[in-house]
Design a protein around this ligand. Structure first.
Ligand code: ZN
Length: 575
C-alpha cells in the first residue's frame, strides 16, 4: 500500500521521476509482489493430493549407500527436489512396524497412541494379541475358496482372528484431521503389502487395502466396506500375482554394477522353501502355500502394490478437485528382504534399486493424473534395520543371538529368592510380564522383585539393559530410559523391558534371521523427505523425529496438528 501511495504522490506532482528511478520503483514493486505471492503460496500451497510414502525398513543410510545407482524420477528426484532430513531418529524403544507407522500417522509416541509393539500380551485374555486384529470386522473374502498361505510374518502369524480394524489405535491420525477439517469430503486411502501398515495410516476415517499372502489379492475388512468396489474386484480377478508362478526374481542389472555383488551367497541367509540364497530366486508355483510370501520377499510385492495403487488413484478419482485427498502407500518388500537376507545383502541392494524404479513410475503417474505441482509428497520409514549378528561377527563386532528361554529362566531364577516359582507369566520381546498373583501370594515388595530381575538380566550376556518399564528407580541417568518410557502403555506394555546389546538379535528362533526393534541408531535412523509445491530443496542435518512429520503435514495444509501430536514443525519445509 505504501508503495502505491508513493507512486501516486509522484505522479500527482509535476515532478515526474527520471526513467531510472521509475524503473527501479517498478522493479521494486515486481520483486516485492513476487515475494509476497511466494510467501502466500508457501503458506497455503495448492495441494490436491497428499502422497505419504513409507518404505518399511529403509534405514536412512541405505539411500546414501546406493545413491549413485538411482535413476531419474525416483529417490533421486525426491532427494534433489525436496527437503531431506538426514538425521531423523525415532525416540521410542520398540522400533517395530506398527509402532513406527502409527507414530508417523499420529505425531505422537506409543505411550499415547498405544501401539507399543506388533504384538503384546493381553493380560485379561491370557494370550498374545496382534496389534490391529479385531474380530468384529472380518476380512471380506475375494474368492470362493482360498488356500491358507504360509504366513512367515511372525507378528501376523500370531493373530487370533482374521478381523482387522484401527479400533485399538488411541490417537487421531493426520488423515483423521484431514477428514474433520474438510467435513468428510477428502478421499482417504491407505495401501500396503502389510495389513498394519495400511490400516494405521488410513486412520479411523480412511479406507485400507493390503496384500493377502493367502491368495495374492488386495483385501479389506468390513470396517471399511460391505463388499469390494468393482475396480478392486476387477483387479483381483486378473490374478496378477499368479503371473509370476514358477518364475524368478532376477537382478535388475548386471551383478558387476552392484556394491554388494559379492555378498549373495551367505550361509546365514534364509532359503525360503526353494527360493534359494542366490540369484535368480525361483518362485514356487501359485498353488504352493509359500508362493505369495515369496512374492512379498521380492520386488514383485512392491510392483503389485504400485499396480494396485494406480488403479485406486484412477478409479477413486484422487486429486481431482480442490479438496485435498490423502493416499498412503507403504512398500513392504525392502523389510521382508531384510528379514530373510539382511540389509547388507545383494538382495537388499537389488530390492532398493528396483523400488527406485517403482517410485519413479509412481511419481510419473501421479504427475500425469494429478500433477506433481499439486502433490505434497512425504517419504519416510517405520524403522531401520540391524545387520545380521553373524555378518557383524565376521567383521569383528561383538554380536550374537539371545535365547528367549534363557532370558525367562534367568528371570525365574531371580524370582526364586523371593520364594516365587516361575514368576514370569509371559515373555514376548521386548517385554517380560510378571505373574502378579504369585507376587501377591508371597506378600513380596513388588518394586524390589522387579528391580532384582531387571538387575540380574542387565548382567547377562548380550543384554545391554533390562529395566522396569514404568518406573525409573535407580536407572534414571541412562538415556535409554526415555525410549522405554515413551514405549510404555499401562495395560499393554509388560513389566520389564529388555534391551539387547548393539547387534545382538532378540527374537525367537525361526526363518527370520535379520531384525529391527531396538533403540539403537541403526533401528531408529530413517529418512524424512518433504517435496511439493512451494517447498525449497535442501539438506538438513539437525536432529529431528518422525513425530514431527504429521504436525508438519497438517501445518502445510493450514490445519491444526492431529489431536494427540507431540511433534514440532519441521521449519525448513516452510522456508
Ligand atoms: Zn516395518
Amino acid at each position: 500500500m505504501e508503495q502505491y501511495s508513493i507512486i501516486n504522490k509522484l505522479f500527482r506532482t509535476n515532478n515526474l521521476p527520471d526513467c531510472s528511478v521509475l524503473l527501479a520503483l517498478i522493479l521494486l514493486l515486481i520483486t516485492s509482489g513476487t515475494v509476497q505471492a511466494q510467501d502466500i503460496k508457501r503458506r497455503s500451497p495448492n495441494i490436491k493430493l497428499v502422497l505419504q510414502i513409507t518404505v518399511d525398513g529403509l534405514r536412512a543410510d541405505l539411500l546414501n549407500r546406493y545413491g549413485k545407482s538411482f535413476g531419474k524420477g525416483g529417490f533421486r528426484y525426491l532427494m534433489q527436489k525436496g527437503v531431506v532430513y538426514e538425521n531423523a531418529h525415532y525416540q521410542h524403544a520398540n522400533t517395530e512396524t506398527i509402532v513406527g507407522h502409527t507414530t508417523l500417522a499420529t505425531g505422537t509416541f506409543p505411550s499415547v497412541h498405544g501401539m507399543i509393539g506388533n504384538v503384546w500380551f493381553d493380560r485379561e485374555a491370557g494370550e498374545l494379541s496382534y496389534n490391529i486384529e479385531d474380530p468384529k470386522y472380518p476380512i471380506i473374502p475375494t474368492r470362493e475358496t482360498t488356500i491358507k498361505g504360509e504366513q512367515l510374518d511372525p507378528a501376523q502369524k500370531l493373530s487370533r482372528t482374521q478381523g482387522r480394524s484401527p479400533s485399538v489405535i488411541l490417537a487421531p491420525t493426520f488423515s483423521d484431521g484431514l477428514a474433520a477439517y474438510y467435513g468428510g469430503r477428502s478421499k482417504i486411502f491407505g495401501v500396503s503389502g502389510k495389513d498394519r501398515s495400511a490400516v494405521s495410516m488410513a486412520g479411523k476415517t480412511g479406507k485400507a487395502f493390503w496384500f493377502s499372502v493367502d491368495n495374492g489379492d488386495f483385501v479389506t475388512s468390513t470396517y471399511y466396506y460391505d463388499g469390494y468396489p468393482d475396480w478392486v474386484h476387477k483387479w483381483n480377478s486378473q490374478r496378477k500375482a499368479d503371473k509370476y508362478s514358477g518364475g524368478s526374481w532376477k537382478l535388475l542389472e548386471d551383478s558387476s554394477t552392484y556394491l554388494l555383488g559379492a555378498q549373495d551367497n551367505r550361509p546365514y541367509e534364509t532359503d525360503l522353501s526353494g527360493f534359494g540364497r542366490v540369484f535368480p530366486h525361483r518362485f514356487a508355483e501359485s498353488g504352493n502355500k509359500i508362493f505369495y510370501t515369496q512374492i512379498l520377499v521380492s520386488p514383485v510385492g512392491d510392483k503389485l502394490l504400485l499396480d494396485f495403487t494406480k488403479e485406486l488413484v484412477e478409479n477413486e478419482e484422487l486429486g481431482k478437485d480442490s479438496i485435498p485427498d490423502y493416499l498412503s502407500v507403504s512398500f513392504s518388500s525392502v523389510d521382508a528382504v531384510n528379514h530373510f537376507f539382511g540389509p547388507s545383502s545383494l538382495e537388499n541392494e537389488d530390492v532398493v534399486r528396483q523400488l527406485d524404479r517403482i517410485l519413479a513410475e509412481l511419481l510419473d503417474f501421479i504427475d500425469k493424473i494429478v500433477g506433481l505441482e499439486n502433490t505434497l509428497i512425504v517419504l519416510s520409514a517405520d524403522h531401520g534395520m540391524a545387520d545380521m549378528p553373524e555378518y557383524m561377527s565376521e567383521l569383528g563386532f561383538d554380536a550374537g543371538r539371545l535365547d528367549p528361554d534363557k532370558i525367562v529362566s534367568i528371570a525365574n531364577k531371580s524370582g526364586k529368592q523371593f520364594g516365587i516359582d516361575e514368576i514370569i507369566r509371559f515373555f514376548y520381546r521386548p517385554y517380560l510380564y510378571l505373574d502378579e498373583k504369585k507376587i501377591k501370594s508371597v506378600k513380596a515388595d513388588r518394586s524390589e522383585v522387579v528391580l532384582a530381575i531387571a538387575k540380574e538380566l542387565s548382567n547377562s550376556e548380550g543384554i545391554a539393559l533390562a529395566v522396569p518399564s514404568s518406573n525409573i528407580f535407580d536407572f534414571n541417568t541412562n538415556p535409554l530410559l526415555q525410549y522405554v518410557h515413551r514405549n510404555f502403555h499401562v495395560s499393554r506394555s509388560g513389566d520389564i523391558y529388555v534391551i539387547q546389546q548393539p547387534y545382538w538379535f532378540l527374537f525367537e528362533k525361526g526363518p527370520v534371521v535379520g531384525m529391527h526393534g531396538s533403540p539403537w541408531s541403526y533401528d531408529t535412523h530413517v529418512p524424512i523427505i518433504f517435496a511439493g509445491p512451494g517447498i525449497k530443496a535442501g539438506k538438513v542435518q539437525r536432529l529431528v523425529h518422525p513425530v514431527d512429520v504429521a504436525p508438519t503435514m497438517s501445518a502445510l495444509l493450514g490445519m491444526s496438528p492431529p489431536g494427540s501430536s507431540q511433534g514440532s514443525l519441521l521449519k525448513e519445509v516452510f522456508q
